[in-house]
Design a protein around this ligand. Sequence first.
Ligand SMILES: *Cc1c(COP(=O)(O)O)cnc(C)c1O
Length: 426
Amino acid sequence: MTAVPQTVKYENSEAFAQTMDRDDPLSEYRSKFAFPKRDNGEPYLYFAGNSLGLMPKIARDYVNAEFDDWAAFGVEGHLGARKPWLPYHENLTEMSARLVGAKPAEVVVMNSLTVNLHLMMVSFYRPSKTKFKIFIEANSFPSDQYAVQSQAKFHGFDPDIAVGEFKPRAGEITLRTEDILETIAREGESLALIVLGDVNYLTGQAFDIQAIVKAARKVNCLVGLNLAHGAGNLLLQLHDWDVDFAVWCSYKYLNAGPGGIAGTFVHERHSNEFDLPRFAGWWGHNKKTRFEMPSKFDPLAGAEGWQLSNPPILQLAALRASMEIFDQATMPALRKKGDLLTGYLEYLLTEMSGISIITPGDPKARGNQLSLKIKNNPKALLEALKSQGVICDFREPDIIRVAPAPLYNNFYDVYRFHQVVAKHVR
Ligand SMILES: *Cc1c(COP(=O)(O)O)cnc(C)c1O
């Protein structure tokens, strides 16, 4: 018998929220995370997993295991540790590939996000006199803007001319796919690269990547994604979508801890393009001859060939703890719960005239985040939330971002969030 697809009929009641939690197949995961506590010992209602994910309790053991092996083995730990350090990053490869819909050879964990974005642009932003434009989405994260502007400048272009934005229509905040496609066609062969934050950090909008890649191909333009807010949030199929490269950090939805080690995807089609310019380091060199210390760089095939340094094992250990949880829970199940949780939050807030939700209403065009435009005195609301045990995040001048993370948030959290907000906003 096939299950009858059911649309949940939401209700603004404690009993409803608790029934949803009781029937939630992922409910066991909540207890695997450490919640910050208020002075009175109560855990905060935590909705900032899009900014810094909570600590998986097991992460401490994984990191301590590396301290123990460092103490026990010293330099011999590179080969002798229980999980040898030399190939440690490979422990993350298959899980990362499943997370973003890639082949294992297409992904690697290394560095931090903005560093990886630059490394990718060194190889995949190859401007010429006539083909030199980089397009990003309006309201993109400042670090991404600085990165693309500095790349244009590095190649001798005026960033004001070389960097363009996909813009919303007058009076709108999010982008329409048809407008993005139209801009790509209009810019045509002048476009060298598109870099999109998926989802956009401010509005929470997810883009139709397949349609965008298809349009970009028609004008021979490459497409890179910044998945800072997408990895561990959206259902991604980077290989099938034919994206050229992607980068992500792991301290947001991926719960790998502050400054956690980041990820990179390079499409298989570029695996063996050894003539591409790239910034090289010994960790990207052929593993067979790396320790013979040859003077000529022989890059590894695939994403690993973009590595520079031997990676931070303590950070990798923390990331491994979290990635194992994602691998058990699986992204399809997490996305399903995320849609229900975010839908519930939307349902509860829609009635309030003091709040407008700027994130798209279509579940396919968003992940776990709703961005709320607060009409009156947004900072007062933020302070009130904090004093009543709610942690979420504020962006100037008037946006509160709320992210129910399906690994550790539940329906009762969302219900209680609304209860607190309703005391302050009509
Ligand atoms: C969080 C975030 C960053 C942060 O970059 P780091 O290099 O990790 O400091 C960059 N871009 C986007 C879109 C982000 O959301």
